[in-house]
Design a protein around this ligand. Structure first.
Ligand code: FMN
Length: 180
């Protein structure tokens, strides 16, 4: 089963984030504006119920605005062609890049989450917000861990080799610690 990472990016930060997310969980990153053929191929998979998970990534524009490309994409998936996509929508998670100098930090990612949730899509984790490039401020490991947690919460696919190495390295006591 495929994991789709649908994103839009102007200056590359969200593309970097999408590539990190996809790399961590064996997903396919697709720029919804630039990669039209890949986008349509993944939408075919989605309609056929063959996506294990879908992730959405966006930057924020204007004064906290959702970029037009992501707005149109969501409108198509959730409203115009919602009868095709909504019944097959897999577990989902949302990430965004922004700049905390703006008062509405990463607001577009919150908007994506809001629209998906409003249409009954199952969101497995809170929005992941990244300050500009994920390679700055040592954010990449946090983003990878979020993607792995989202995949685990979605019950999507097999763990990656990296996740298996990680859990094998964890001390037994930590792994088997009883709850409560
Ligand atoms: C004109 C303009 C308006 C922006 N407005 C916001 C905003 O309201 N909130 C925010 O968090 N970031 C805002 N940003 C920052 C971008 O979202 C941020 O740089 C993002 O990482 C860009 O992603 P990209 O490189 O994928 O295009 C703005 C940037 C520009 C150039």
């Amino acid at each position: 089963m495929t994991v789709a990472v649908f994103y839009t990016s102007l200056s590359g930060n969200t593309r970097e984030a999408a590539e990190i997310v996809a790399g961590a969980i064996g997903g396919t990153p697709v720029d919804i504006v630039q990669d039209a053929a890949e986008r349509e191929a993944l939408l075919d998979e989605l309609r056929a119920g063959r996506l294990a998970m879908a992730l959405f990534g966006t930057y924020t524009w204007g004064d906290g605005e959702l970029p037009e490309a992501m707005r149109r994409f969501l409108r198509r998936l959730l409203i115009e062609e919602g009868h095709l996509y909504l019944p097959a929508m897999p577990p989902t998670a949302v990430f965004g890049t922004g700049d905390s100098i703006f008062p509405r930090y990463c607001r577009a990612a919150d908007a994506v989450y809001y629209h998906l949730e409003k249409h009954g899509v199952r969101l497995v984790l809170p929005v992941m917000k990244i300050e500009q490039s994920p390679y700055g401020l040592d954010q990449a490991p946090r983003l990878e861990a979020w993607a792995e947690a989202a995949q685990a919460a979605a019950g999507a696919g097999r763990p990656t080799a990296r996740a298996l190495r990680r859990s094998a390295a964890a001390p037994l006591l930590t792994r088997n610690k009883p709850r409560g």
